[in-house]
Design a protein around this ligand. Structure first.
Ligand code: NAG
Ligand code: NAG
Ligand code: NAG
Ligand code: NAG
Ligand code: NAG
Ligand code: NAG
Ligand code: NAG
Ligand code: NAG
Ligand code: NAG
Ligand code: NAG
Ligand code: NAG
Ligand code: NAG
Length: 512
């Protein structure tokens, strides 16, 4: 079996960059001193409480390889301890910020005694155990960022008492259970980030109460049931990510009222229905749409061309059908177009014409249209596609005609897969210009003539599939020079031995 063509993983990672937006929030929230702080009087008792609570926090950290908390000792006022920030006048702890410090341990319930806390940030450590419910006492808390730790147990419902919370980021932990219904009281929340946990159950309707929410990222959990209609009330929402769950039903039409949406991500669920024809007009700021691997049907909305900020369009692994009649030329930032594994096209002559409109997309890196029913022949304008494109997958269609010589312009390609189509004629020698090519797959077509010797000079080529064609002649001698090609060639299908319809000798390169 040959490896099936797939879009590289880095492309999907682009979806997660949004979590960095909280840095921006940080500046918004903490650039201004709170007027309440000035009225607070200093007292011995108060500073003793903070001191004790911080030492209790330290006592629950079992490993601190960098010795950050060694400096948390009474030879220095706690306001000067690394990672601790105090209010300027009242000298009470307002922030604990210890990101990426390799700390291992528990989160002490004593943090609930730091009653002036406005921010806790422990991103990128190994804090395990549960999130202490005592955090619910911190009514001034605005930012709770525990992303990328090993926290277990449930999200404490008492967090709903932290009514000033703006950013609740618990992504990439081991949290279980449901989203507590009570969290709906957090009406100031702008970011709720709970991706990559083991959360389950339905998404509560109380999410409709997050009236300030801008970012909801709950991908990679076990959420099930339908997407609540109430999400459509969150007018400030810009990023909505619920991919990699078990959500079913249709996307509620109310969601298409969220005109500020830039990221719309529901891939890897069990959703059905179709995308509305006015999608691109409903979401004029759309940058990423990912509904891959669901059960969507219908046409790719033509209005996609109106969403001129689009970067990523990932509709692969669905049942989308009809022709690709879109004009993509108005999408200058388009980076990834993944339409593979659908039912697009009817094998008709004009079905490759859309490729011409992609010539304007100078940022295009990944184009996947494999495993559909697309007919027609590759237009000469394929040579005008972006030279930054590295993935061009067209396998498993009904593409006919010849491979245009101009394919040699696409010098960025690392993968070119035209296997299992109906192309004929020769393999253009210009393929030899594609010096970055690692995988060239042309098997199961009607190609004839010789293998151009230039293919043997592609020094990064590691996979070459040419079987099931009508190629003739010898393997070019360029292939014999193992110092230029074989070092990277792991696999060449033996043409004659396995597939007698070719009249070629077996390949000569050995695996080093
Ligand atoms: C508490 O405050 C007093 C007076 O402001 C100061 O002398 C003392 O060092 C403080 N103690 C701690 C632990 O911060
Ligand atoms: C206590 O903290 C000071 C710096 O504030 C540091 O120089 C000293 O080594 C620390 N003491 C211990 C026992 O770690
Ligand atoms: C919080 O402070 C109170 C009073 O100082 C103390 O009795 C209690 O043990 C503290 N709680 C935690 C969890 O440290
Ligand atoms: C967490 O660690 C990753 C990888 O080391 C790094 O890219 C990221 O910036 C870190 N995040 C924070 C908030 O420090
Ligand atoms: C999570 O934190 C660890 C350090 O604890 C870091 O090595 C890793 O890269 C981080 N992962 C992410 C996705 O930021
Ligand atoms: C948090 O809720 C639990 C039960 O849900 C309760 O026992 C506990 O007292 C609450 N803690 C705070 C700090 O409100
Ligand atoms: C949602 O908001 C409404 C009105 O603001 C309030 O009555 C209700 O209790 C809230 N529900 C939750 C779960 O927060
Ligand atoms: C979308 O918003 C309009 C007006 O803002 C409203 O009339 C309509 O009902 C909303 N549609 C849905 C499906 O919520
Ligand atoms: C949407 O795009 C189409 C085709 O590119 C164009 O004809 C139409 O005017 C656009 N509509 C709006 C509202 O911009
Ligand atoms: C390509 O881009 C140019 C300039 O950005 C624009 O004028 C033209 O209409 C675009 N072509 C298509 C097919 O959209
Ligand atoms: C495609 O590129 C050729 C030159 O390689 C150029 O003459 C032609 O105008 C281009 N076509 C488009 C539509 O950009
Ligand atoms: C094989 O490669 C070496 C090193 O790149 C080169 O010197 C030699 O001329 C090549 N031989 C052939 C037959 O291409």
């Amino acid at each position: 079996m040959r490896p099936s063509p797939s879009i590289p993983a880095w492309a999907f990672l682009a979806l997660f960059t949004l979590f960095q937006w909280r840095l921006l929030l940080f500046f918004i929230c903490f650039s201004f001193p709170s007027p309440a702080a000035a009225t607070v009087t200093q007292s011995m008792a108060a500073n003793k409480t903070d001191d004790e609570a911080l030492l209790a926090f330290k006592s629950k950290i079992s490993q601190d390889p960098r010795g950050v908390l060694n400096l948390w000792n009474d030879s220095l006022h706690f306001c000067k301890w690394p990672g601790v920030t105090c209010g300027r006048r009242h000298r009470r702890v307002t922030m604990i910020s210890l990101r990426s410090k390799n700390l291992v341990g528990l989160l002490s319930p004593s943090v609930g005694n730091l009653s002036f806390l406005r921010e806790i940030t422990l991103t990128n450590n190994t804090i395990h155990g549960e999130i202490p419910h005592e955090i619910g006492k911190l009514f001034r808390l605005q930012v709770l960022t525990l992303t990328n730790n090993s926290l277990e147990g449930q999200i404490p419902s008492n967090l709903s008492r932290c009514t000033n919370l703006i950013d609740l980021s618990l992504g990439n932990n081991k949290l279980r259970g449901k989203i507590p219904e009570e969290l709906g009281y957090l009406s100031k929340l702008t970011q709720l980030s709970i991706y990559e946990n083991h959360l389950q159950g339905e998404i509560p309707h109380s999410v409709g109460n997050f009236s300030s929410l801008e970012i909801l990222s709950g991908s990679e959990n076990f959420f099930e049931g339908s997407i609540p209609q109430a999400l459509g009330q969150l007018k400030s929402l810009t990023a909505l990510g619920l991919g990699g769950n078990k959500l079913s039903g249709m996307i509620p039409s109310s969601l298409y009222n969220l005109s500020l949406i830039t990221i719309f991500s529901f891939g890897d669920n069990q959703l059905h229905g179709s995308l509305p024809s006015n999608l691109g007009l409903s979401f004029p700021h759309l940058q990423q749409i990912d509904v891959r691997n669901n059960r969507f049907v219908g046409q790719i909305p033509l209005s996609i061309s109106n969403a001129s900020e689009l970067r990523l369009v990932l509709l692969a692994y669905n049942h989308f059908n009809g022709k690709i009649s879109n004009s993509f030329g108005s999408l200058p930032y388009l980076t990834l177009l993944g339409l593979n594994e659908n039912s697009l096209g009817d094998g008709e002559e004009d079905e490759m014409h859309f490729l011409g409109s992609l010539a304007n997309c100078s940022s295009l890196k990944v184009l996947g249209i494999g495993e559909n029913r697309l007919g027609g022949s590759l237009p000469n304008t394929v040579g005008n596609l972006s030279t930054s494109m590295f993935y061009f997958g067209l396998s498993g269609n009904q593409i006919s005609g010849v491979i245009p010589e101009d394919i040699g312009n696409l010098v960025g390609l690392t993968l070119f897969d035209l296997s299992r189509n109906r192309v004929s004629g020769k393999i253009p020698s210009s393929i030899g210009n594609l010096q970055n090519l690692q995988r060239l797959s042309l098997y199961d077509n009607g190609l004839s003539g010789r293998i151009p010797s230039a293919v043997g000079n592609l020094s990064w080529l590691s996979e070459l599939y040419l079987d099931f064609n009508m190629l003739q002649g010898d393997i070019p001698s360029s292939f014999k020079n193992c110092t230029t090609c074989c070092h990277y060639i792991f696999l060449i299908i033996p043409l004659v031995a396995a597939y007698p319809q070719n009249s070629l000798a077996f390949p000569l390169c050995q695996f080093h």
